[in-house]
Design a protein around this ligand. Structure first.
Ligand code: MCA
Ligand code: AMP
Length: 618
């Protein structure tokens, strides 16, 4: 790793957050090398020896990197944990991993690190475990995936060559560090090349756009790209950038194409998994096909197999299997899970995909029960097991519903005993699991759909409750106008004037009106619609988004359509820097109230939209 570390070259610049103030912190490679040697000394002073496990539950701070690299050099295994993991989750993983020491307080460890003696790296064999990462699976009990030094080096070397890293690169790093993507793909890539990394503590489109003109490489989960697109380019000069990559979850083709059009760069999508590293990628040179994850990287073998394990013909959908030097050797202390996942060195990924005749892979779904929200994996079984222990929950199914921002969002369908109290369930669960695992959509059901074997039909739940919000197209226009005019007719004393509706909708599609129309689709058809304008008012120097109309078809009203429109518009408004969202047709307007009541909507349907954001203006 350290061969290309030139002492005076910049290694890491920690960028201050937008309004956080404070100077940036710059660390040269010489300084980083010394810090890592001191962290190796710190490990020794803690009594940690080769093979011991050191758990790190730290924010994105240089201390994390120092401790991780210092431990590697000592042969000590690191166990990176989500900073928001609950004490219960941390205890479970530490116990399973047999971790000796937990570091969770940067302020406390910093002086100790600075005062530690510099210690030389040990001679660590390549098959020694370097890091333990937890994934879950069918049982809901997390499984440790040990990655060896050899696995990590194979991974970073192959990406170093494939993505043409050089010491002149500047990586803009906005990912969390406790996962493969942020640590082994992005951070290791830069460190292996002796390149400069600019760190943002968290993804923020405003800061990213400010820093891209001084960077060459950017790596993200699809949510980063959807948020950059929602925010807009604002004329940023992206001429220094040579590589944008996406992974951890599927990048919608529409985002791939929109980014190319609006940001002038073609995202390189790649595919990987904790247990196997990054193994499939679109090429650096030549065509990058939207909706595909490209071809196998050097030394990687990939195939698609059917239920009987036989390799399928091109374009047939089956399970993607991978073999290569970055593939791990098996789960910690789980021979059965290992035997199921690894057969003849082939990792059965649980991802469904196909390969074209010319060798390009596509991921089309998952055989494993997994929700990927904003690039973070949520294992339904784990959340279901916790929910089933709560009072009033008789049966529960946790599943993912599509979400434009996060890709998927966690949802729960509950058969309850007694009153329906989703707020209480959510509040109790929040004490037990990291917040990204919390269901954000709750549905009360009388029964869970089950197949003949009694297995809960998650696909049926996704069909029933999956709402997709998308911008309206010109083709939708005609239908929207007709629908709105029908609403006017249905209500004798209507607040909606047909002429206003017609011209308003038409203006949405004209340029620079500052208005948007969104469509909610459910079960393959249009279930609702929402129109918002930003032109009507300014409030505290920031635009307010005004909801002009929101309507959900009566048959779709118990399936989370309002909620999906609500989350969508609030998310978009927040990303656009609005002060908040308000209803143009306000609740005190009696005529508007009558109109809404006449079409079967009450105050509860739309009052939820009124939200002013914290810190909204001066
Ligand atoms: C935060 N929240 C989330 C998520 N993140 N909810 C669902 N899914 C998430 N991913 C919740 C918080 O708990 C909080 O809720 C609210 O959203 C706002 O929190 P905030 O911190 O402001 O969130 P954010 O800034 O909007 O973060 C979203 C994010 C972030 C930027 C997408 O999650 C992120 O950086 N994700 C990247 C994950 C990643 O690196 N994955 C790679 C895995 P409340 O207020 O209610 O508490 S490695 C991998 O998959 C393989 C190997 C591969 O191929 O790379
Ligand atoms: P993890 O267990 O956190 O390493 O997540 C790995 C999973 O992320 C894979 O098994 C896939 O389901 C998913 N994944 C990673 N990259 C992609 C991609 N480019 N397209 C679709 N899914 C992906």
């Amino acid at each position: 790793m350290r061969e290309r570390w030139v002492p005076d070259a910049p290694a890491l610049t920690v960028e201050p957050p937008l309004h956080g103030g404070g100077p940036e912190l710059a660390v040269s490679y010489g300084e980083l090398g010394r810090r890592v040697r001191r962290a190796t000394g710190w490990c020794r002073d803690q009594g940690l020896v080769a093979g011991d496990v050191l758990a790190l539950q730290l924010p994105k701070d240089p201390a994390f990197l120092e401790l991780h690299l210092g431990a590697l050099a000592a042969g000590v295994v690191t166990l990176p944990l989500h900073p928001d993991a609950t004490p219960g989750e941390v205890e479970l993983l530490m116990e399973d991993a047999g971790a000796k020491v937990l570091v969770r307080d940067v302020a406390a460890v910093r002086p100790a690190l600075d005062a530690s003696p510099e210690v030389d790296p040990a001679d660590v064999p390549w098959d020694a475990v370097a890091v333990l990462l937890y994934t879950s699976g069918t049982t809901g009990r997390p499984k440790g995936a040990p990655l060896t030094h050899g696995n990590l080096v194979a991974g970073v070397r192959s990406l170093h060559d494939a993505w043409r890293w050089t010491p002149a690169d500047v990586l803009l790093h906005a990912l969390p560090l406790f996962h493969v993507h942020g640590l082994f793909v992005a951070q290791y890539g830069a460190l292996w090349a002796g390149a400069h990394t600019r760190w943002l503590a968290a993804f923020d489109p405003v800061r990213v756009l400010e820093l891209l003109p001084r960077s060459t490489v950017f790596m993200g989960v699809p949510t980063f790209y959807s948020r950059l697109l929602a925010h807009g380019r604002h004329g940023a000069d992206l001429g220094s950038m040579r590589l944008f990559t996406s992974g951890s979850a599927p990048l919608p083709s529409a985002h791939h194409e929109a980014f190319q059009r609006e940001f002038g760069h073609t995202i390189l999508e790649r595919y990987g998994m904790t247990e196997i590293g990054i193994v499939l990628a679109n090429p650096y040179d030549g065509e990058r096909r939207p909706g595909t994850v490209g071809v196998p990287l050097a030394h990687v073998e990939a195939k698609v197999v059917g239920a009987d394990g036989a390799t399928l013909a091109p374009d047939e959908v089956g399970e993607i299997c991978i073999r290569g030097p970055s593939v791990f050797g098996g789960y910690l202390g789980r021979p059965e899970a290992t035997a199921e996942a690894l057969q003849d060195g082939w990792m059965h990924t649980g991802d469904l995909g196909s390969v074209s005749t010319d060798g390009w892979f596509r991921v089309v779904g998952r055989a494993k029960d997994l929700v990927i929200s904003g690039g973070l994996n949520v294992y339904p079984r784990e959340v279901e097991a916790k929910l089933l222990k709560l009072e009033g929950v008789r049966e529960v199914a946790v599943f993912g519903v599509p979400d434009e921002d996060l890709g998927e969002r966690v949802a729960a369908a509950v058969v309850c005993d007694g009153p329906w109290e989703p707020q209480r369930l959510q509040a109790t669960l929040r004490e037990q699991v990291a917040p990204y695992k919390l269901p954000r959509r709750w549905f009360r059901v009388d029964d869970l759909p089950r197949n003949t074997m009694g297995k809960v039909g998650k696909a049926e739940l996704r069909r029933r409750y999956g709402v997709r919000v998308r911008p309206a197209t010109l083709d939708d226009l005609e239908g929207i106008v007709r629908r709105n005019l029908a609403l006017c007719d249905e209500t004798e004393d209507f607040a909606l004037d047909p002429g206003v509706v017609r011209s308003g909708v038409a203006r949405v599609f004209a340029e620079d009106v500052g208005a948007s129309y969104w469509i909610a689709e459910r079960d393959g058809r249009i279930a609702g619609q929402l129109m918002v304008t930003t032109e009507w008012s300014d409030w505290r120097d920031r635009p307010v988004w005004w909801i002009q109309s929101v309507y959900v078809e009566p048959d779709d009203r118990r399936y989370g359509v309002y909620r999906a429109l609500h989350d969508h518009v609030l998310g978009r408004a927040r990303q656009a820097g609005a002060a908040g969202v308000r209803l143009y047709v306000e609740t005190r307007n009696e005529r508007a109230q009558r109109t809404y009541r006449a079409v079967g909507m009450d105050g509860g349907h739309y009052a939820v939209f009124e939200t002013m954001f914290a810190g909204g203006g001066s």
